[in-house]
Design a protein around this ligand. Structure first.
Ligand SMILES: Cc1ncc(C[n+]2csc(CCOP(=O)(O)OP(=O)(O)O)c2C)c(N)n1
Ligand SMILES: CC(=O)[C@@H](O)[C@H](O)COP(=O)(O)O
Ligand SMILES: [Mg+2]
Length: 539
């Protein structure tokens, strides 16, 4: 196998085009078999095989920092940078991370996990490299989904005027986790339709040798061509308007074309956007047919594509929201590109006119929900705890200061497991409980979550967040939700206090303590903000 001979990108650069095409096939087969065992982000990586190979042919990622956006598509990069033998440990404790980690390899320029920051980070790197007198390029690899986040536009706007050798590689597969949405998505679709212009541009540049921009005649003709283009075809790409040279669309599964375009982008020594078209899930039938299912997939049977799936807090939340929306015509469901993960997909089917997928734009989702609420609707924004961090100021400014009764389903609260530290929902307790007027509820099981959701969507007092973890409920399934705090067990020696799924551990601990002769009281908090609780009374 060629893949077995690849220990670093230098090995990739030794291969002929036909060998690289064979390598692409081997990488795909390896990823399918390996992710089938461990679970992981399959579709995006299958789509980025040729793209990653071509990047490593043209750039040296030890000198030219490659910043991944989200980073879920870095598996091929990991394979080409000497980490193949660790793939069986993917996403496990002490194993290979599912995201770029500089501690794993000097080829991983930066951490990633949350979307839309790559252009900003790469621009910072380009500025640092320029200040240090280095002539490397900084690279940002961003998907069309991640491009929907507002932070990406702040980065592009700053970078477009920088004149620095910053290359934004836009991996456009038309998909976020589900099909991409929004105005930028439509703009990209229009750009996608004009490959003939790209081919003309490539041809006419080739007439002036390897570095056409150094040729005064080329520069003169280029000015005339640009004015003509503007006159005949006034619609330019947003990227050109922002100050980038736009190259594309390029076939993202054609190594030769990708290599030539990256070479060209490198020589330009200015801000460039390379627009690459790829197919999410490419080369694995089940993933091409259902890229969303194989976006972040649990272990599966590679022959049939069948995964195991159980019920979860998310699926119960979604089902309950559908039921509530049947009774309450004001209720709206809001997601930031996570309809499947948060269990809101059935809501989209049942009430499409009251369902809003705003793309990867959590801050916008919070402010937009505030607008919905102020104007008489009852929005429920279901969002992963870690991603709501992006909307912190809007929680305070747009929702809490006016005590708007927006409801937040805080999914993936607590540790999430395989995705690791970028995705743990460890901060929402701190950041929600300090916002004035916020009520924060912590169900320990599905029944409590249902009761809390009913209450939250029917009250008018202010914002309510209901936080629940990834996965399903534990042994404690009693519904105590209507009380603020509940004594689950009495005991005079020690008091154990907790909330959410943690009460299962507290009850277990109390039981163990009893066998040691210690009587433990267990107090469960259903509401952690505002917190009015008397645990200790003076005799
Ligand atoms: C701030 C933030 N919100 C949501 C997510 C969840 N998420 C991870 S990947 C993804 C879709 C990204 O789409 P795209 O960038 O086009 O990459 P593709 O998967 O299509 O390769 C989403 C919504 C995230 N990582 N970060
Ligand atoms: C890369 C990313 O941010 C998402 O794909 C995330 O990994 C989904 O997590 P769940 O598997 O918990 O839905
Ligand atoms: Mg995409």
């Amino acid at each position: 196998m060629i893949l077995d001979t690849i220990h670093s990108p230098a090995d990739v650069r030794q291969l002929s085009l036909s060998e690289l095409e064979m390598l692409s096939g081997e990488i795909r087969e390896f990823l399918i078999q390996s992710v089938a065992q461990t679970g992981g982000h399959l579709s995006s990586n299958l789509g980025a095989v040729e793209l990653t190979i071509a990047l490593h042919r043209v750039f040296d990622t030890l000198q030219d920092p490659l910043v991944f956006d989200v980073g879920h598509q870095a598996y091929v990069h990991k394979l080409l940078t000497g980490r193949k033998d660790q793939f069986h440990t993917l996403r496990q404790w002490d194993g290979l991370s599912g995201f770029p980690k500089p501690y794993e390899s000097p080829h991983d320029a930066f951490i990633a996990g949350h979307a839309s920051n790559s252009v900003s980070v790469a621009l910072g790197m380009a500025r640092a490299l320029a200040l240090q007198g280095k002539d490397s390029s900084a690279l940002a690899l961003i998907g069309d989904g991640a491009l929907s986040g507002g932070l990406a536009y702040e980065g592009l706007s700053d970078a477009g005027g920088s004149k620095l050798p910053l290359i934004v590689i836009l991996n456009d597969n038309g998909m976020s986790i589900q099909p991409n949405v929004g105005g930028m998505h439509r703009h990209l679709r229009d750009l996608r339709c004009q490959p003939s212009y790209y081919h003309f541009k490539k041809w006419y540049r080739s007439l002036f040798g390897k570095q056409p921009q150094r040729n005064p005649l080329y520069r003169q003709i280029h000015k005339v061509k640009t004015s003509l283009k503007r006159a005949i075809y006034p619609k330019s790409s947003l990227f050109e308007d922002m100050g980038f040279v736009y190259l594309g669309p390029v076939d993202g599964h054609d190594i030769q074309q990708l290599t030539q375009t990256f070479d060209w982008a490198k020589k330009l020594q200015c801000p460039v956007v390379v627009h690459v078209k790829t197919i999410k899930g490419k080369g694995y039938r089940f993933a091409e047919e259902n890229p969303g299912k194989f976006h972040g997939v649990s272990p599966f049977d590679p022959k049939t594509g069948v995964t195991k799936s159980g019920d979860s807090f998310s699926s119960h939340f979604g089902a309950e929201l559908v039921a509530l929306a049947g009774e309450n015509p004001k209720l709206c469901g809001v997601t930031a590109a996570m309809a499947d993960g948060t269990g809101l997909s059935p809501f989209e089917i049942a009430y499409p006119e009251r369902f809003f997928d705003v793309a990867i734009a959590e801050g916008h989702a919070v402010a937009m929900s505030a607008g919905l609420c102020k104007t008489g609707m009852r929005p429920v924004f279901a969002v992963y705890s870690t991603f709501l961090q992006r909307g912190y100021d809007m929680l305070f400014h747009d929702v809490a200061l006016q005590s708007l009764p927006v409801v937040f389903g805080i999914d993936r609260a607590g540790l999430v497991g395989a995705d690791g530290e970028t995705h743990h929902g460890c901060l929402d307790v701190q950041y929600l409980c300090q916002i004035p007027n916020f009520t924060v509820l912590c169900p320990s099981n599905y029944a409590e979550m249902t009761t809390m959701l009913h209450w939250a969507t029917s009250q008018e007092e202010g914002p309510v967040a209901i936080r629940y973890p990834r996965g399903g409920e534990g042994e404690f399934i009693q519904d105590t939700a209507l009380k603020t705090t509940v004594e689950l067990r009495s005991g005079a020696d020690v008091t154990l206090v907790g909330y959410g799924m943690c009460v299962n551990h507290l009850l277990e601990a109390a039981h163990t303590l009893e066998t040691l002769g210690v009587q433990a009281k267990v107090v469960k908090l259903n509401r952690i903000a505002p917190l009015i609780l008397v645990i200790y009374k003076k005799p």
